[in-house]
Every structure is written in C-alpha cells, then in structure tokens.
Design a protein around this ligand. Sequence first.
Ligand SMILES: [Zn+2]
Length: 173
Amino acid sequence: MKRLKRLLFILLMILLTGYLLPQHLSMPVKGATKESYDQKSFRAYPWGSSITHKGVDIFAPEGTDVLASTGGLVVFTGVLTKGGNALIILGPKWRFHYYAHLKEIKTKRFAFVKRNNVIGLVGTTGNAVGKPPHLHYSIKSMLPLPWKKDESIQGWKKMFYLNPVVYLNESCN
Ligand SMILES: [Zn+2]
C-alpha cells in the first residue's frame, strides 16, 4: 500500500512537472510571417473527411525548413493517409504538436528536439498532393479542455485541440 502511494505520488509529480513546463512556441516554418497562414484556418468548416480543420496551414515554398515550435520528444514519425510524411512531438503541458505533409522528415522517433531544430521540409504529401506546399500544424492536448467545447459539429473532439493561430501570431510579435 505504501509503495502504491509512493508510485502514485511520483506519477502525480511527473504530470504536474510536465504541466508546469513553460510553453514558448515559435513559428514552425522558417521565414513564415502572419501572411503565410489564414487567421481563420482553425476549425474551418467543411473540411473534407476531417469535417473541421483542426490546425493551421502555413504556406511556404517546397523544401523550406520545418522547425520544432517547442522542445520535446518525437513520439511518432511515419506516413499517414491524410498527413503524408508526418511527425508528432510531445511538448510542455502534455500537448502533442503534429506536423504533416512533409516532403522529408529530418528527425527520428524518440529523439529529443529543441525549439527551432530542423525536423523536416515543407511538402505536399498525403492529402496535400496537388495543392500548394504547406505545413499542416496542430496542437492537441492530452488532457481535455472542457472550456474549448462547443455544441456544434464534433463538439467533444474540440476539447482536445488548441488554436495554433493564437500562438503563431504571438510568435510574430
Ligand atoms: Zn491543414
């Protein structure tokens, strides 16, 4: 029993530490500005088979460096039907940062990356084939954010997604 309590305490501390880590996000595409993405990109509807757009599309010439917006642990790299060459970084506050449509992935699974490290190149893979090259970037919380819920379509799913545009705009200031 004592051991279990200690284990729970350690787990709680890990959770808390992760949550308290500061999150200073930087622009995930080299040289991108406020003109590189649409302010209304997040939750744009209708959005094909995804129904609503859960991130932001940052447009840049093919082959532009994709930079880690935050430090963290690469938990996934691979090829997805919609995302094409994609990767996921677990960053501060137990948030997943998803980078998709990459021409090339420049990091490895289970690598620790620092903010602004090159992790890939902008491309048109996945369902971005035939579209202007862009990075699809989204931020998903592991912990639900009940205040992000709304009653329209996919309301419950919205509890997990943050609007990256807010952070990108901040990074431009
Ligand atoms: Zn997108």
